[in-house]
Design a protein around this ligand. Structure first.
Ligand code: THU
Length: 126
């Protein structure tokens, strides 16, 4: 799957964003080593802290289905800018795909960054 194809999957995921509070839609598409794609969107809550970001929705869906080896995740949003993962999502990306890459799209070009660039010196227990 190409980076552009993974971005298109993330755009589909974004359509399902539940964002009555921020109106800021985010979509993610996670590519497993077996070639399967898990989509995720942000899901907000009236208790704001219960909101789940698109990246974590995709990762948690995959892990809960028994997938743990990921190569790449694409992230898009309703803004026409590169949308970088929040700190909590970076920590989750670092847990499950420390050698992985994140693909961004600002509507003009794609940007690919390593998870290790987004979160150097991540917290580790094991
Ligand atoms: N959001 C994500 O889905 N991913 C991120 O990495 C950054 C923030 C969502 C959470 C919330 O629904 C909205 O964007 C505004 O913060």
């Amino acid at each position: 799957m190409t980076n552009q194809e993974l971005i298109e999957e993330a755009k589909i995921a974004m359509e399902y964003a539940y964002v009555p509070y921020s109106k800021f839609k985010v979509g993610a598409a996670l590519l497993t080593d077996s070639g399967k794609v898990y989509r995720g969107c942000n899901i907000e809550n009236a208790s704001f802290g219960a909101t789940n970001c698109a990246e974590r929705t995709a990762i948690f869906k995959a892990v809960s289905e028994g997938e743990t080896v990921f190569d790449k995740i694409a992230v898009v949003s309703s803004s026409n800018e590169f949308t970088y993962p929040c700190g909590i999502c970076r920590q989750v990306l670092g847990e499950f795909m420390p050698k992985g890459e994140v693909v961004f799209d600002d509507g003009k070009e794609l940007l690919v960054l390593k998870v290790s660039e987004l979160l150097p010196y991540k917290f580790d227990l094991i």
